[in-house]
Design a binder for this molecule. Structure first.
Ligand code: HEC
Length: 148
């Protein structure tokens, strides 16, 4: 079975058991390269907007921002199907040559956003700030290696 299929099944599995919450309920894994590029452009831009605003948020707004980042990071593997670096895509072939390392960065970001959610729920501003920093670090780590 291809990695792509396994990923799609894993994502479908997550969605069917309801692990992926509210914001992600309308997420449909892309099947073509064009769809994938459009989906990740949207996801990455949202990541940027969320990260920019998150630091100033508290309470329920902070929780929503962290949940959205958890969802986005969960979906990163699904928006990078193999061979979807066509046209003006900046996605490097190294993504699929190092798939486990690539998805591990997404998992690191997801875990940091989960820490951020817990910190927001607990009203722990220090832990919340640290989580945002950790999430932000994953953007650069990934782009440096996998984005042209
Ligand atoms: C696991 C890897 C990974 C992580 C983590 C990641 N990115 Fe990206 N990002 C990429 C790749 C690869 C591209 C290029 C996609 C393409 O052009 O097809 C990209 C593209 C982008 C773009 C350009 C989107 C467009 O097409 O206009 C923005 C903006 C962006 N990322 C922001 C972020 C921010 C902010 C974060 C962190 C909160 C982040 N990314 C986390 C891999 C990642």
């Amino acid at each position: 079975m291809s990695l792509k299929k396994i990923t799609a099944i894993a994502v479908a599995g997550l969605m069917s058991v309801g692990v992926v919450a509210s914001v992600a309920q309308d997420f449909v894994a892309p099947t073509t390269a064009e769809e994938a590029m459009a989906a990740r452009e949207m996801l990455m831009k949202q990541n940027g907007a969320l990260l920019k605003s998150a630091g100033a948020l508290t309470g329920a707004e902070a929780e929503t921002a962290m949940q959205s980042l958890i969802d986005n990071y969960t979906h990163i593997p699904a928006v990078f199907p193999e061979g979807s670096n066509i046209g003006d895509s900046e996605a490097l072939p190294a993504i699929w040559e190092n798939w486990d390392a690539f998805t591990a960065i997404a998992e690191t970001g997801r875990a940091a956003a989960a820490d951020g959610l817990a910190a927001a729920q607990a009203g722990d501003a220090d832990a919340y700030g640290a989580a945002i920093k950790a999430i932000g670090a994953t953007c650069g780590t990934c782009h440096k290696q996998y984005r042209s």
